[in-house]
Design a protein around this ligand. Structure first.
Ligand code: F6R
Length: 630
């Protein structure tokens, strides 16, 4: 099922690393290992001590454990658990506490005795913290230590909440969360300002005392950190790198998270390569960046000196290889994302006919598409195509209470200034109820349906406005409100048949010639990861239908790692004015994160990359990859 590291990669990879085709496959494998351990110990009437993690990473693993319990009668009666960490200040009943997370995600669904569950308390007073942490350590040791420790990795490279600077020997303690970690938790807490500043976490030393460690990571966004932790030096700057010093530590990662490993990124440094067109393009672009020369100025020596002599002998000399790759890249550039009508399209990314095309731009949360491809949307419409922007989920969890409060307050006030206040009865009652519910639920309480609805309406308004800025009229903005989102919270979403059916219906209604989508490289439990899964399933249902066979699917990147030049199949150049208009459209959203607001800068970087390769110099570029369905 998985790719174990090849021996030549060992020179680079300092911890055992297995790349699985999906998080599901990795989770299944790990759950099977855990099952074996539990059953072996049960036979000897012994207990197993598991170290547990929270966050989105372990979710597929916990789901598989629950399945093993429910369907295959795996009992957890002899299991004792210790969680890695807890936010300091949050009680076990707080919706974002890790205690609550563990109850929702696993403990309430299996037969583990409550007294076997250990989670640091976020509510001990400051003067008790030291003793609480010491007791936690002692309890782990008194039970014989942790047999298997599950880990995730944060964008700071942390394990547990061991932020940069945590020493190799650190023990359970209270720490200050890094700014990046707090930004990553901002969506869960509906705003960075609500994320606790402190946490109690097992130390690196505590974790390393575990007999076996498995760190899981999914999606592109983890790729940089995984590579640094696996291949870089052991350093306090990246606590996950300390796994290199443990005799039985393993990384279980999916293909997205493996992208920056040398064996994937620069496979020619590790062993023989099958020179597919994509790998060839990757090698030539890398070569150009490495030598700081445009593609057409690379010479045989450059290839030979950088481990690419076999590519040269297979496809060289450099002069010809360069021209071929240059032309391929040149052909990715087009001002006509929907195809240029009545033109030879042999070398264009999109076919000329049919024209105009019906284009569906799928946006997992309302803002995603405009952020990533606002200028392309505008271009498609200007060129006569029939463009619909589809907000797949309502996105209501993004909207802060203060925004909702502002809107409800305005609505209530309106009733006082209109000519016939009596006719405004229902609106006033709605506003009053919203304000009451906001007050009642407090800062961290779960949003009741009316508040979620109000927040969704706010985002609808923002998307209509942003769509207008991209020249897409209101009636061409579709709100799907997929059910999985309405029933969940971040990291706890689960798509079902109902989501797929809703999308199938929409696709059949529109019979698009082009679909723009995202999420293929995302963490599969994120909103965009789930939306992509729903799209894949919907397309499978429609596979035999004529429109589906003729539909091209273009993938864009939103919050995930940008496409690298060799991955790009269509590059839409933006003039300075177009980029300016896009930035203005983005400013219509009150709920964008700093990462999303930086999208124009990432578009500029795409243009700088093309320029460095010796292609035309533009202000900015929006990039797409063609989805080649299996
Ligand atoms: C959670 C924990 C953290 C997370 C890490 C990744 O108990 O210890 O180290 O594993 O922040 O979080 P996700 O999985 O949400 O990306």
């Amino acid at each position: 099922m998985s790719t174990t590291r090849r021996s030549a990669a060992e020179a680079y990879e300092k911890t055992n690393t297995r790349i699985f085709p999906s998080s599901g496959a990795a989770a299944k494998e790990l759950a099977a290992e855990v099952r074996k351990l539990i059953e072996e110990r049960a036979k000897q009437s012994k207990h197993v001590v598991l170290g547990m993690a929270t966050g989105s990473t372990p979710v597929p693993f916990y789901r598989e454990l629950i399945r093993l319990h429910k369907e295959e009668k795996l009992s957890f009666k002899n299991v004792i658990t210790f969680n890695l960490d807890e936010y300091y200040g949050l009680g076990a009943d707080h919706p974002e506490s890790y205690a609550r997370f563990m109850a929702d995600q696993i403990f309430d669904h299996i037969d583990i005795p409550k007294e076997n569950i250990n989670i640091p308390s976020g509510k001990v007073t400051s003067d008790q913290v030291f003793a609480h942490c010491r007791d936690y350590e002692e309890k782990i040791d008194s039970l014989g230590g942790i047999d298997l420790q599950i880990l995730g990795i944060g964008r700071t490279g942390h394990i547990g909440f061991n932020e940069p600077g945590s020493s190799r020997d650190s023990l359970t303690r209270r720490i200050t969360l890094d700014r990046v970690t707090r930004q990553d938790a901002a969506a869960d807490f509906r705003g960075e300002e609500n994320v606790p500043h402190f946490a109690i976490t097992m130390g690196v030393g505590t974790i390393l005392r575990g007999k076996k460690l498995v760190l899981m990571a999914w999606g592109d966004n983890k790729a940089d950190m995984v590579a640094k932790a696996v291949e870089g030096p052991m350093t306090e700057a990246i606590s996950a790198s300390f796994l290199q010093g443990h005799a039985d530590a393993h990384f279980y990662i999916d293909t997205g998270a493996s992208r920056e490993l040398t064996r994937i990124k620069l496979p020619w440094l590790v062993g023989p390569v099958s020179w597919t067109p994509r790998e060839t393009r990757r090698a030539v672009c890398w070569q150009a960046f490495q030598t700081k020369r445009p593609v057409l100025k690379l010479i045989d020596e450059h290839y030979n000196e950088h481990g690419l002599s076999d590519l040269l002998s297979e496809q060289g000399p450099a002069y010809q290889l360069n021209i071929r790759i240059f032309n391929q890249m040149q052909h990715t550039i087009t001002g006509w994302p929907g195809g240029k009508p009545n033109e030879d399209d042999t070398y264009r990314p999109e076919r000329a006919s049919p024209y105009p095309k019906r284009c569906l731009v799928l946006s997992p949360e309302p803002q995603d598409a405009v952020v990533a491809m606002g200028s392309t949307i505008e271009r498609l419409g200007e060129q006569g195509n029939d463009v619909h922007i589809v907000a797949m989920t309502s996105g209501n969890l993004r909207v802060s209470d203060s925004e909702a409060d502002k809107f409800a307050g305005t609505l209530q006030e309106l009733a006082g200034v209109v000519e016939n206040p009596a006719a405004w009865g229902p609106q006033t009652a709605y506003a009053r109820e919203a304000l009451r519910l906001l007050e009642e639920k407090g800062e961290f309480g779960e949003d009741p349906p009316l508040i979620r609805q109000l927040k969704a309406l706010i985002l609808r308004g923002e998307l209509r406005d942003a769509a207008h800025a991209c020249s897409v009229s209101t009636e061409r903005v579709v709100f799907m409100d997929l059910p999985f989102y309405e029933q969940g919270r971040y990291r706890r979403f689960k798509s079902t048949e109902a989501d797929v059916e809703a999308l199938v219906e929409l696709l059949r209604e529109h019979k698009p010639h082009q679909i723009y989508a995202t999420g293929d490289a995302a963490d599969p439990s994120s909103v965009s990861g789930l939306c992509f899964k729903v799209l894949s399933a919907a397309l499978k249902v429609c596979a035999a239908e004529e429109w589906a066979a003729n539909c091209s699917i273009w993938l864009y990147r939103g919050k995930e790692k940008a496409l690298e030049p060799h991955e790009i199949d269509m590059a839409i150049p933006l003039s300075p004015m177009q980029l300016e208009r896009k930035a203005r459209a983005l400013s219509r959203y009150g709920s964008l994160s700093s990462l999303e607001l930086a999208s124009p800068e990432s578009n500029r970087q795409n243009a700088r990359n093309y320029d460095a390769l010796g292609l035309a110099e533009y202000e900015a570029i929006e990039c797409f990859q063609k989805w080649r369905r299996a």
